[in-house]
Design a protein around this ligand. Structure first.
Ligand code: AMP
Length: 126
């Protein structure tokens, strides 16, 4: 089944400049901005500018330039936020929810970069 991208999702509106965002970094193919309802002291969302619903969509259909840019942007954000364990930061967690079971609220690929406090275990037993 083909991926069905909804151009009216909130991140598409941010990319078109129709609603504001708190940008941390913008590159040719990616945008990083602060989550409107932060769950941790550092909570940044990184999105590709292209119309990809989820990470599997992006991984299968994005161009190599988009993939490299997106990956490097995530690295740059970790550096800018000072969370890299190798540099004395406390570390971070990166989450990308996809679809119903993961409770993806916005159907435009995004990675959450979460940091700034102990984060606990990622999942609890069902
Ligand atoms: P998810 O459940 O993984 O789809 O996460 C969606 C995230 O987008 C949530 O953490 C929201 O707080 C965040 N969010 C929704 N609208 C905005 C917005 N206008 N600006 C920044 N973050 C937003």
């Amino acid at each position: 089944m083909a991926y069905d991208y909804d151009p009216e999702n909130v991140f598409a509106k941010i990319l078109r400049g129709e609603i504001p965002n708190d940008t941390v970094l913008e590159t040719e193919h990616s945008l990083a901005f602060r989550d409107i309802a932060p769950q941790t002291p550092t909570h940044v969302l990184v999105i590709p500018k292209g119309p990809y619903v989820s990470y599997d969509h992006f991984a299968l259909e994005a161009t190599e330039a988009e993939i490299v840019d997106f990956t490097r942007t995530i690295g740059a954000i970790c550096k800018m936020m000072g969370v890299q364990p190798s540099e004395g930061g406390g570390g971070f967690r990166m989450i990308s929810n996809a679809g119903e079971d993961a409770i993806q609220e916005v159907p435009h690929l995004h990675f959450h970069i979460l940091a700034g406090r102990p984060l606990g275990r990622i999942l609890t037993p069902a």
